[in-house]
Design a protein around this ligand. Structure first.
Ligand SMILES: *Cc1c(COP(=O)(O)O)cnc(C)c1O
Length: 379
């Protein structure tokens, strides 16, 4: 437990609570949690599903047949990818749960996981919890924040079992092209790694950008699984529902671990998730319009604040370089102290996050505008 990284929001939370106790209004741009509600037709499906007594019993471990079929149908419609709903599809209680359980499935004490130099914190913490080791893959502006697996030393590769990638990326908002995916697949094959692609932001794209699935690429299913989450795509973070698709052996192994720890996703939630996946998709278009407008708002203000960022093509984050002379944590602390605005320090996501802050777009427009005004005035 002592090896788990310190919770970097702890100090921020303490300061925030102290300020709030004094009656100061603090605006948080720190957390990536959609602020608009789950679309009504999905809520309606849940309302009906919760009255079905069959749903009151234990769920099927791997997910209901109908949910796995819906996931497979969605993969076909959205990406043109075929997955077998029985052997290549697994329901998850959120992709976070799937990520965490991949570690007891595939990583023995001392084994190495290749982890993006800044990324979703569970890629590292999951390894710590099973006595595994993390190799942080370099991620820099120079290589477009594409995690550099090719530079991994041979002695590290000899002990490596698993590699995580995630594009569109949290926290950098970088996107990957298919050539990068092809190189990753070849690399995983050469070094006998399970490649896990976390596609949590596949549906959030701007200016016409639509993210691919790694499973579109030839040979991907030999080495890879992909995780899809309904959380960001359908404003369902609180519902806890996602799925894994891809390599049948890996899916089976993950399912075995899960069947010994959890008992699956509440079937009523799976019914609602089926409606999300197969029902009208207009909510995604609207959500992207909303986030794109907020992205433009933040991007147009950055210059006058003295920050720089690439314009994101996807995700709900702006990844801004802090002015020279500040660490990520110092600059985030300064924004809280002087402007009463919370942002995430880049180092919360790994060592390559140093020098950056992450600004989240999941705050209502008026609060986002107010936060920008405060920062402009304070600095
Ligand atoms: C939000 C997020 C998740 C967690 O998704 P859940 O399905 O809600 O558990 C996983 N990976 C990344 C990169 C995320 O940003």
């Amino acid at each position: 437990m002592a090896d788990l990284p310190p919770y970097l929001f702890a100090e921020i939370d303490r300061k925030k609570e102290a300020k709030q106790a004094q009656g100061i209004d603090v605006i948080s741009l720190g957390i990536g949690d959609p602020d608009t509600p789950t679309p009504g037709h999905i809520v309606d499906a849940m309302a009906a599903a919760i009255r079905n007594p069959k749903n009151h019993q234990y769920p099927a471990y791997a997910g209901s047949k109908a949910y796995r079929q819906a996931a497979a149908t969605w993969m076909k419609r959205r990406f043109g990818v075929d997955v077998d709903p029985d052997t290549e599809t697994l329901a998850l209680i959120g992709s976070k749960e799937g990520i965490a359980h991949l570690f007891p499935a595939f990583v023995d004490p001392g084994d190495v996981t290749l982890v993006p130099g800044c990324g979703y914190p569970v890629y590292h913490a999951g390894g710590v919890l099973v006595g595994g080791k993390t190799h942080w893959m370099p991620m820099t502006a120079d290589n477009g924040f594409l995690a550099d697996f090719e530079s991994t030393p041979d002695d590290v590769l000899a002990r490596a079992k698993m590699m995580f990638l995630s594009y569109p990326n949290n926290p950098t908002s970088a996107v990957a092209d298919v050539d990068y995916f092809d190189r990753a697949i070849a690399f995983a094959r050469e070094h006998d790694l399970l490649l896990v692609h976390d596609n949590a932001y596949s549906e959030i794209g701007f200016d016409g950008y639509r993210a691919p699935s790694i499973l579109e690429r030839p040979g991907a299913k030999d080495v890879a699984i992909e995780l899809f989450s309904l959380s960001k795509a359908y404003n369902m973070t609180g519902w806890r529902v996602a799925f894994a698709v891809g390599n049948a052996q890996a899916i089976k192994t993950l399912a075995t671990v899960k069947s010994n720890i959890d008992s699956g996703v509440f079937t009523a939630i799976q019914d609602a998730a089926i409606e999300a996946l197969l029902g009208p998709q207009d909510s995604i278009v609207e959500l992207n319009r909303l986030y794109q407008r907020r992205r433009d708002l933040v991007m147009s203000a950055l210059g006058s604040i003295g920050l720089e960022a690439e314009t994101p093509k996807a995700t709900i984050y702006v990844w801004a370089k802090v002015p020279s002379g500040y660490s990520s944590a110092d600059y985030a602390a300064k924004l809280l102290d002087e402007a009463n605005v919370i942002v995430a320090a880049g180092t919360a996501y790994g060592p390559y996050g140093e020098g950056y802050i992450r600004i989240s777009l999941t705050t209502p427009d008026d609060r986002l505008e107010a936060a920008i005004e405060r920062i402009k005035n304070a600095l």
